[in-house]
Write a protein that binds this ligand. Structure first.
Ligand SMILES: *[C@@H]1O[C@H](CO)[C@@H](O)[C@H](O)[C@H]1NC(C)=O
Length: 290
C-alpha cells in the first residue's frame, strides 16, 4: 500500500511542482515589470530615480542649436554634485588640472602675507586675531601671464553663469598645520558691516592641493542643524568638504530673494597633516566690486 500510494505521487509531483514554480516565477516577473513601468519613480526617491528621469527617453543625442551672438557653438558638460540645498552648495570634481593648480601655487608663493579680515563695527585687527590664521594673496587673471587664471575664471563663469566681471580677484590661500578659518559668512550683513556697494553672494573655492588630514571646508548649519544652539564658531562640525587637488566648491551666501542665507555659514577646519592651498573667487551682485 505504501509503495502504491507513493509512486503515482512521485511521478506527477515533480513536473507539477516545476510547472507551478515556473508559473509563479513568470507571474511575479510580469507584475514586477508592470509595477516598474507604472510607479517606479514613486517607489524610488533618490539619486537613481533622479538620474533616470533626467536621461533622454530615446537615448539619442541632440546636437547644439544655433547660438546667439554671445553664445557657444558647442555643448559642454561640467560635472557637478549637489552637496546641499541649505546652503546651495555644488561640488565640481576635477574642475582644474593638477598642472594648473601647481602653477597657481607657484605664482602665489612669493606674494603670501597673513590673511586679513573684513572688520565689523567695533572690531580691530587685534580683537579678531586668531580667527583666520592662513596666509594669502590676491591675484587677478590679468596679472597672470601664463593665462591659467583666465582659463579657470572663464570656466567658473560658465559653471555659475555669473559673468567674469562680477568676480573679485582670486584670493589664494595657504593653511599650514593648525591653521584654520573660524566659521563666518562671506556676505556682508549691512547691520554689522555698514552699507556696501555690492554684496558677495556666491563663492567658488578651487582646491589647489590635497590635504593629508583636516582642512575641510565645513558648513556647521547645513540644513538648519546646530542653528538654535549656541554654536562655538571654532568647532569643526556639520557638512564637511574634503579638499582634493583640482576640485571646485561653489556655494551661495544669499537666497534668491536677496536675504543672507543663514545656513551658508562656513569655515576651514584646522589642517592636521600636510598643507592646504585654495583659490577663492567671491562673486558679487554688482560689477562694482567693493
Ligand atoms: C526670503 O526667503 C526665506 C526663505 O524662503 C524666508 O525665510 C525669508 O523670510 C524671505 N525674506 C524676505 C525678505 O522675503
Amino acid at each position: 500500500m505504501k509503495v502504491k500510494a507513493k509512486s503515482p505521487k512521485a511521478k506527477f509531483g515533480l513536473p507539477t511542482v516545476f510547472l507551478l514554480c515556473s508559473l509563479f516565477f513568470f507571474a511575479g516577473l510580469f507584475t514586477f515589470t508592470l509595477l516598474s513601468h507604472v510607479s517606479f519613480p514613486q517607489f524610488l526617491s533618490g539619486p537613481r530615480s533622479v538620474t533616470r528621469t533626467l536621461q533622454s527617453e530615446d537615448g539619442e543625442d541632440h546636437g547644439p542649436l544655433p547660438q546667439g551672438e554671445t553664445g557657444d557653438s558647442f555643448i559642454q558638460s561640467i560635472p557637478f554634485q549637489v552637496l546641499s540645498w541649505k546652503p546651495r552648495a555644488l561640488y565640481f570634481p576635477r574642475f582644474a588640472t593638477a598642472e594648473q593648480c601647481e602653477s597657481v601655487i607657484e605664482m602665489a608663493k612669493t606674494k603670501l602675507r597673513p590673511s586679513a579680515l573684513a572688520l565689523r563695527k567695533g572690531e580691530t585687527a587685534e580683537s579678531t586675531k586668531g580667527t583666520r590664521t592662513s596666509s594669502g594673496t590676491f591675484i587677478s587673471a590679468s596679472e597672470d601671464e601664463t593665462g591659467i587664471l583666465e582659463i579657470i575664471e572663464e570656466k567658473i563663469a560658465r559653471a555659475t553663469m555669473l559673468p567674469r566681471t562680477h568676480g573679485e580677484a582670486f584670493n589664494v590661500l595657504r593653511y599650514e598645520i593648525g591653521q584654520k578659518y573660524d566659521s563666518h559668512y562671506d556676505a556682508f550683513n549691512p547691520s554689522e558691516y555698514g552699507q556696501q556697494k555690492s554684496q558677495r553672494f556666491a563663492s567658488f573655492l578651487l582646491y589647489l592641493s590635497d590635504v593629508e588630514e583636516g582642512g575641510e571646508t565645513m558648513f556647521p548649519f547645513e540644513n538648519g542643524l546646530h542653528m538654535g544652539m549656541s554654536y562655538d564658531y571654532k568647532k569643526c562640525i556639520g557638512l564637511k568638504v574634503m579638499p582634493r587637488q583640482g576640485d571646485g566648491l561653489l556655494f551661495y551666501s544669499v537666497l534668491p530673494n536677496g536675504t543672507i542665507d543663514q545656513t551658508s555659514l562656513h569655515g576651514s577646519c584646522p589642517v592636521i597633516k600636510g598643507e592646504k592651498w585654495v583659490a577663492t573667487k567671491w562673486i558679487r551682485n554688482q560689477e562694482d566690486l567693493e
